[in-house]
Design a binder for this molecule. Sequence first.
Ligand SMILES: [Zn+2]
Length: 144
Amino acid sequence: MLSAMDACVFCEIVCEQRDQGVIAYQGEEVVVFPSRDQRPMNQGHMLVVTRRHFRNLYDVPPELDAELLGCARRTAQAVQQLFHASGTTIKQNNESPGQDVFHAHVHVMPRHLNDGDLSAPYQTVDLATRVEQAQRLAGLMRCQ
Ligand SMILES: [Zn+2]
């Protein structure tokens, strides 16, 4: 449980206190923004994040399931189109190993034929690139 003294990077992004301009979609209960860490062959890696702070999927109220999954599907369709991908991978981690940010989120990654099966290391994407990705994605996003 987060206390008022603990900072959560995703809560700060959702509240636009950090990385201003990266939010591509704002839903009632979820937001979408580009991941800070993206693999070179999978640029356009997006995160579908709950608006409220939940540690991970285990803590997300079931009434949010439809919006969360529906938004992940719509994000995947938009990412595939926008980044000229052959497909997408949707991934979700809970606890360690796997979960790095303890605020519920779903990864949506564009996939390309021969992209190395996600074995390339992540690189940090600069804010300007993420803002540009968000602006491009925003035009295609409708999650309801
Ligand atoms: Zn949070």
